[in-house]
Structures are given as structure tokens and as C-alpha cells.
Design a protein around this ligand. Structure first.
Ligand code: NAD
Length: 355
């Protein structure tokens, strides 16, 4: 197969980790007889420096014309003083919106060889962590109107949260379909005791559930969910929730599995084109030092193979290579438990060798 991939290297450690993911994709292409072509799409702080905006139209066009998009991470202290509308992450929000990516999928899985990195009590970790957070991505308060005004001599800020039925329904379907391929249990997270948006969320998710009688549906308030994720994560299979709650819970979920450097994510809309990235940021503190763990980005590339290109065997090969490298003791600094430490380049090489 021939597939075109838009590549957003981004800022900080972005170019290093994306470089290793591309090396792994090239190893897959060589082994399975595919051709991947890469098309650079500058975004983030480097795009502000070069083009004055975080997402130039030319980059957006590249992303919209390729079969899928691979992203490192954007942002860094150099661009913190940019006006809100021109910050690096604005580029990402614009890209998600323009690509119609309404679902973000984040697996939270503990690697057996890294259980020592799990910050939870060992008896809790021993029950296993293997669930997926399905987050609504282009609705809710992040996409409502924002304003700051002066009222009675003091500043007053307002952010509007809104959801329409169709925005809830489509992401609920993604969650139920995913549950069918897993342990058939969906936990829908909301704050229906307080928010109208959540009451609508709960009603629509319940309606969608009727189309999936083979999948169990539970409802949970977000404050309880935040607690349950650390109290007993083994109870979860698929969590579905709105944008703001999903942002927070998916970070919590990935943290309990060990290093932030290990977790991929995919963002999907209608059709097969997706945006694949690690969950972490641009880690400016270790940028350019060959210290970044590229596994999150490499596993994001595996998700691209599986979900966008329908290459299950190829995705399995990447995930197995990562597992094998970990089993053989390969560790970057963030997951090292004593012993030799590999750099970003060394870890990429170790995984390529095991494809
Ligand atoms: P971060 O995720 O970049 O870093 C948090 C900590 O984790 C740091 O100590 C970092 O060194 C470490 N870390 C992160 N990824 C790692 C990896 N692959 N290997 C080893 N260690 C890793 O979060 P932050 O420091 O809050 O944010 C830094 C910048 O990234 C900010 O400008 C922020 O806006 C941006 N950011 C971008 C995205 C994105 O592009 N999707 C997401 C989150 C944050």
C-alpha cells in the first residue's frame, strides 16, 4: 500500500521523537512492502517564528490532503508571551476543528515490565490497568465563547460550555463500538447533578446504549471517577466523557500507568484520517539532549497503522517490538530503574531492530 503522512514535528522534543517514529514506520514499510511518504507541516512555536501564525494555511492543507497526520508536540516558554489567539496550542485546536476530529482515544495500559513505575499501591496495581478514555474533543467549554470584562470595578471572566445532542451521540457511538472490541463495559462520566450539559449528556448516552444491548452502561459523576481511577482502575474498560472532564481524567489515567512518555493517543472524526500523537507536551527541559522517550510517539504511529490504514498485523508488530524492547531491559531515563539508560535515538533503534 502507498500512504501519505503529514508530519508535524513541532517544538521541544517533538523533532526527536517524531524522527524515531518515522524510523519505525520505515522499518514496517520495508518488512511489509508498503510505501509511506512524509509531508512536512510546520505547526506550533516554530511556525510562529517562521510564518507569524501557529498553523499556516499551507500546513493545514497538507494535513487535509494526506491519509493521516503524525504529531510530536508543540509549545514552550519562548512562546508563552504570545497573545492567546496566537499561542502554539491554538494551532492544534484549529487543526482538530478543521479536521473534524471529535473523538480523542487514549489507552491507559500498564506494561507488565514497568509495574514498578506505577505510583499506585502494589495490591491495586496487581489487579491490572487496561482501559481507554474516549473524550469528546471539539465541543464543550474549550470551544464556547470566552470573555473578560470589568464589572463593578473588578475583572469578570466567562467561559460558555454547550453541547448539542449530535455532538454527544457521535462520540457515544465510538465508545460503544470500542467496548464491543474489548470487555463490553462503558462508564459515562458527567456532572449531571449540577450541569445542564451533563444532564443532556446522560440522556443521549443512555439512548445510544439502547442500540448496544450487549454492552453494559454505567454512569459516574466526574468527581467520583477521578477518585475511582486511583482507588480501583481495574473496574474500567471504556470511559466516555466530555472535553474538559476528558482532558483531566485522561491525564490522570496515563499517570497511573507509569511514565507520561509511554502513552499514545489518536483523534478521529468521520472517515479514516486521524491525528496521532503522544499525550505529553514538548518537554522543553530535556529538548535537544537525546533524553526523550519516543515510545509514546512510536505507539501513536502504531495506532495510525491500525485505525487509519487498517494494517492490524503491522500495528501488532510495532507494539510487540516495544514490548520486546522493554522485556529486554531497554529503558529511557524516565522509566529507568537503575541499569543502562538509552537515549531517544537508542530506544528508536532498539525498537526498529525488533520489528
Ligand atoms: P510536558 O509533558 O512537556 O512535560 C512534563 C514533564 O514530563 C517534564 O519533566 C518532561 O521532561 C517530561 N516528559 C514529557 N514527555 C517526555 C518524554 N517523551 N520522555 C521523557 N520525559 C518526558 O508538559 P509541560 O512541561 O507542562 O509542557 C511543556 C510545553 O508543552 C508547554 O508549552 C505546553 O503548552 C506544551 N504541551 C503541548 C502539548 C501538545 O502538543 N499536544 C500537550 C501538553 C503540553
Amino acid at each position: 500500500m502507498n500512504k501519505s503522512i503529514a508530519v508535524i514535528r513541532g517544538d521541544g522534543i517533538g523533532p526527536e521523537i517524531v524522527g524515531e517514529a518515522i524510523r519505525v514506520l520505515d522499518a514496517v514499510a520495508a518488512k511489509f512492502g508498503h510505501t509511506f511518504t512524509y509531508h512536512e507541516a510546520p505547526m506550533g512555536g516554530n511556525a510562529i517564528d517562521a510564518f507569524g501564525v501557529p498553523l499556516p494555511d499551507s500546513s493545514l492543507e497538507t494535513c487535509l490532503s494526506c491519509d493521516s497526520v503524525l504529531l510530536g508536540a508543540v509549545g514552550g516558554p519562548k512562546w508563552d508571551a504570545q497573545p492567546p489567539a496566537n499561542r502554539p496550542e491554538r494551532g492544534l485546536l484549529r487543526l482538530r476543528s478543521a479536521m473534524g476530529l471529535y473523538t480523542n482515544i487514549r489507552p491507559a495500559r500498564m506494561f507488565a515490565d514497568l509495574s514498578a513505575a506505577c505510583p499506585l499501591r502494589s495490591d491495586i496495581a496487581a489487579r491490572g490497568i487496561d482501559f481507554v478514555v474516549v473524550r469528546e474533543l471539539i465541543g464543550g467549554v474549550y470551544f464556547g465563547s470566552h470573555s473578560t470584562e470589568t464589572v463593578d470595578g473588578e475583572q469578570k471572566a466567562t467561559d460558555i460550555m454547550s453541547y448539542s445532542e449530535h455532538e454527544i451521540r457521535r462520540v457515544a457511538h465510538v465508545a460503544f463500538q470500542m467496548a464491543r472490541k474489548r470487555r463490553r463495559r462503558v462508564t459515562s462520566v458527567d456532572k449531571a447533578n449540577v450541569l445542564d450539559c451533563s444532564r443532556l449528556w446522560r440522556r443521549v448516552v443512555t439512548e445510544v446504549a439502547a442500540e448496544y444491548p450487549d454492552v453494559e452502561l454505567l454512569h459516574m459523576y466526574v468527581d467520583n471517577a477521578a477518585m475511582q481511577i486511583v482507588r480501583d482502575p481495574s473496574q474500567f474498560d471504556v470511559i466516555v466523557t466530555e472535553n474538559l472532564f476528558g482532558d483531566i481524567l485522561s491525564d490522570e489515567a496515563s499517570q497511573i500507568t507509569g511514565s507520561i512518555g509511554m502513552i499514545p493517543s489518536s483523534s478521529m472524526g468521520e472517515g479514516t484520517r486521524g491525528l496521532y500523537e503522544p499525550i505529553h507536551g514538548s518537554a522543553p527541559d530535556i529538548a535537544g539532549q537525546d533524553k526523550a522517550n519516543p515510545i509514546g510517539t512510536i505507539l501513536a504511529a502504531a495506532m495510525m497503522l491500525r485505525y487509519s490504514f487498517d494494517m492490524a498485523a503491522e500495528a501488532d508488530a510495532v507494539e510487540a517490538a516495544v514490548d520486546a524492547a522493554l522485556k529486554d531491559g531497554c529503558r529511557c531515563g524516565d522509566i529507568a530503574q537503575g541499569g543502562a539508560v538509552l537515549g531517544c535515538r537508542g530506544m528508536g533503534e532498539a525498537i526498529c531492530q525488533r520489528i
